[in-house]
Design a protein around this ligand. Structure first.
Ligand SMILES: [Zn+2]
Length: 259
């Protein structure tokens, strides 16, 4: 059984093909989907879609890259929102040091407030971190956050990986490792303990090697699993079972409402 631990299956690009794509995923053994919200508006949309697809799990939060339209009052509703159906985490939250993102101090304020909500609810978090691992660690420390979660699309060093693992996080591994030129990411992946990572696509983003320019979908998960198995010289079955166990450890509410 495969799980996509990070996909934006709620995005509009999937509107015309969502039912069909879900059916194909189930046919291919992709049986669970963690869908993190990105903006306040998207919380409602995800609320509705989660009713339709029992295989989905939700996370609610304000994504750091989309804070231009966000307000701190929206964070006040986060706790209540997380009482909705099949919520397993707060996310996607974090820090994005891309030049076009909003001021980093504004981002840190949003991030820490959302971490505090997650801490009070004892929920893990889905962290988006672009060029910001040290600042993310600083915020986690300042909030005293101990619930763990996932560092989505991790592409840091082994030392940075260790720091997050020590705090109870796992690392999200996706399409990046399918590119032969991703030497550093592949080296880090092969050095990690098998308890250290879970599989994700970040659909519709992060297309696999050979599929550049196309929308990514959760159907990529078996290919990512195969690629990870090859890099680590393990069986794909072993990768699939271990990453599922890791997911259940980090997101303990996953099976609270059974499929
Ligand atoms: Zn994402």
């Amino acid at each position: 059984m495969f799980i996509d631990s990070h996909c934006h299956f709620d995005f509009d690009v999937f509107n015309d093909q969502r039912d069909e794509l879900m059916a194909r995923c189930l046919d291919h053994g992709i049986l669970g989907f963690l869908v993190p919200a990105t903006t306040f508006i998207s919380w409602r949309r995800l609320d509705m879609l989660i009713e339709r697809y029992p295989q989905w799990r939700a996370a609610y939060g304000l994504h750091p890259y989309f804070l231009k339209e966000a307000s701190l009052e929206q964070v006040d509703f986060l706790g209540e929102q997380c009482e909705a159906k099949r919520v397993v985490a707060v996310g996607e939250i974090g820090l994005d040091c891309w030049p076009s993102a909003v001021d980093i101090n504004v981002q840190m304020n949003f991030f820490k407030r959302q971490l505090s909500v997650a801490k009070s609810l004892r929920l893990p978090v889905i962290v988006h971190a672009r060029k910001s691992y040290d600042l993310v660690l600083k915020c986690l420390r300042e909030v005293g956050f101990k619930e763990g979660g996932v560092i989505h699309a991790f592409n840091g060093s082994f030392e940075q990986a260790k720091r997050f693992l020590d705090l109870g996080f796992v690392l999200g591994v996706g399409g990046t490792v399918t590119y032969p030129r991703a030497n550093k990411a592949r080296r880090v992946l092969s050095a990690l303990e098998s308890s250290a990572f879970i599989l994700e696509t970040d659909s519709p983003d992060m297309p696999l090697n050979g599929f550049q320019g196309q929308n990514n979908t959760p159907l990529s998960i078996p290919f990512i699993a195969q690629c990870v198995a090859t890099i680590r010289e393990e069986d794909v079955e072993q990768i699939t079972m271990q990453t599922y166990a890791n997911l259940l450890r980090v997101f303990p509410k996953w099976n609270e409402d059974l499929l």
